[in-house]
Design a protein around this ligand. Sequence first.
Ligand SMILES: Nc1ncnc2c1ncn2[C@@H]1O[C@H](COP(=O)(O)OP(=O)(O)OP(=O)(O)O)[C@@H](O)[C@H]1O
Length: 810
Amino acid sequence: MTRTKIPTTAAPAPTTARTTRAASKAKAMPPSTTLTTTTRSRKPLASRANAEASAPKPRKKAAKQAVTTSDDREPIMAYLRIRPHLKSEPSTSQPYLAHLSDSAVKMTDPSLSDPSSSRFRTSTIAPSGSSSVYTFSHVFPPETIQSDFFVKTTLPVVSDVLGGQNALLFTYGVTNSGKTYTVQGGSEPGTAGILPRTLDVIFNSIENLHGDGKFRPVRLNGVEPADPADSLPPRAEPPPELASIFSLDSEDSALNDVDPTSLTLDRNYEYTVWLSYAELYNEKMYDLLDSVSSSGASGSSRTTPHPTSLMRKALALRSSPSTDGSDTPGKYIASLSHHRIRTAAEAKSLLKLGQGYRRVFGTLANAVSSRSHAIVTIKILRTHRAERDNITAVQVSRLTLVDLAGSERTKLTGTSGDRLKEAGSINKSLMVLGQCMEALRNNQRRVASSLAREVTEDTRVDTREIKRRLSVVPFRHSRLTEVLMDYFTGDGGRTVMIVNVNPYDTGYDENAHVMRFAALAKEVYVSPTQAAVQRFPGSIFNAMKPESSTAVPAKKIGGRTTRKVTVETATGPGRKPSEAILEVVEEDAEENAAAREEEDEEPINPLVDALFDEVERLRLQLFECELKCAIIEADTREEVMQEMEERMHQMERVHARRLMSEVERNEMKTDAKIDFLHHSGLFGSPMKSPAKAHHNFTPVAESDEDQASHHSEYETAGQEENEDDEEWAPDSPSLRTKRTKALEQKKAVNPGEMDIDDDDDDDDDLLLKKAKPKRKLGVKHVVTEAEMARTAYTVEKAGSSNVRRLTGRQ
Ligand SMILES: Nc1ncnc2c1ncn2[C@@H]1O[C@H](COP(=O)(O)OP(=O)(O)OP(=O)(O)O)[C@@H](O)[C@H]1O
């Protein structure tokens, strides 16, 4: 195995930790400015965290001098990863995301090019424009391989953590966009995700630098003496009944997929690595490595249902005490188990076990994809070799990796009932995360503009005035933001956001929201240089009780949710299907809410809290209404389209029939006229006697057979057309008979005079009359060849002009 040696950042001197913290606090301000603070006032309400994150604490004097340029602050790093189109998925149209450059993408609303397409749209909110350009720290095209992605996004972070800093890395994106693939990886060799690679790099780097594990991490940043038994993983395999139900396969190729990268570390230090794995499901925090207890399967037959009881407790969040050597307003998950790991393979097995439990509970909840946020925390305890027995010299750094659940597409997944509630919880936590980002960014901007005014106008700005204008950052309105808040308040360390997007078949609107979130997040500034190195003064440490003795409630806690679920076991070829009845007991986390409130240093304002709850409730309602509207809109559009299409077809058929009958009628009329002229002897031969002329005229009124055939034709056409059509059909049999009768009467009254043309009110005949003056029968007249040709041309022209008039063509 070849290893790449990469030098890591130099370890910060432990003695500077406090100074750096203070400086970092001041750095949680707008880009390029910072303000040194010396005092810490207590903040009212829930805004304390916000104020600490964003508000400057200017000294009353020399505020101007305190404003200095800072180059060590950076915005949240935002990386975009575009998911490739999978062969297993149906081929779709072009992606709506175009890769412009290494840092920019263009998103084009597909409904603009294909208005009938509804698969992309789930919202009735109009898009802001036809296309938008979004910029990121780096954009990774679909063909990016896992190792390249890891080196560019995560390796620097791992280096920081080994160097004594904290870091947060989280993935954000809609369902099916590739978040889990990015974090955990695929099943093919070489497709390990950033989490297993991180473990590989850590253990490659600390080879021969392992500490003896005398101390273990506790709370957010604390340490305590380790119990020798605690330092071993609790169990390497899941309970047998769960393994049989869900076929957890230990022969996973992902476990053997090892990243060879190694970082160069300071060899004066010894390291121990600790792992915890929690999930946030329905706004409740669970320990995935220590929260499932199983009473063994009682049934002996595989075909008969056997009861299994699964119990897990929701864990509370508590404020990190300042005695842990940090005044970071952070929260930690009380009673979350930390497991010491010695090899990367051990860590991967533990994670696999946790994923198995996550999958178990996810399956019990009928989830088809990750419906919970997974939080993996790797803590590294570093001790100088010269002080390996001194607990006060232990430094703690942590890397938190969060695989966020995708936002639910209610329209496309038909979410309802419990699923809607679950989706509501996910959306709530993601929404609050977005709100926090927005509030932090706005606060930082306000502070920046106030300080800029102070510098340019050389006037002192009232600090209280600045604080008043800062908005509350609602960290406490979701467990997710609560547990991550110390990263966003400026003290946490480097924060990396990975945005996953599937530009093929997921909701355009949802992806547009994700992009907007990313755009917002990368404008929030954090302090990557803040060393989370902790040194504990002996007096402080001795005054503290171990977390395990205070945090773990010994008594049985009420308020549990118990439900029975029937699960069909995994079946394979030759295996009979079997069922298992699982009793799932979930302790209600609300039980601990009172204790949680007690722990908070200051009570929250109930009015503000209630207002926030109301805002969240209304937003959720708005979201649901939008989805309902989208569904109704889509259905209505489809109905209207179908109706319109049907009408258009009908009109097309009617017009086609009209046109045909008109053309036929004109042809017949023209033929009849020419025949009439022939029979009346006007073409080419002298006019015969009037009696003969009359005799010759008669056949023009068609034979009975012809009349019958015409009659049936018109009847058929008449059935299909409007009644009006019959009126203006001048050659209808009835009209023809009338005309013949009138002609005969006229002849009887005045046999010497008879018009050749009797259809005076017809346009065509008018034209014909113009071309050919009336002639009296009995007058000897020879029609010349030129006259005949002119007449034929005029008749033809009249017929085609009629056709043009009907079809509307020129
Ligand atoms: N970069 C990639 N290369 C190849 N396949 C990928 C890639 N990203 C994702 N996939 C595949 O796409 C599918 C969905 O990915 P994944 O499960 O990671 O999505 P997700 O965002 O975690 O979804 P959910 O939030 O519902 O859990 C999986 O089959 C995964 O293997």
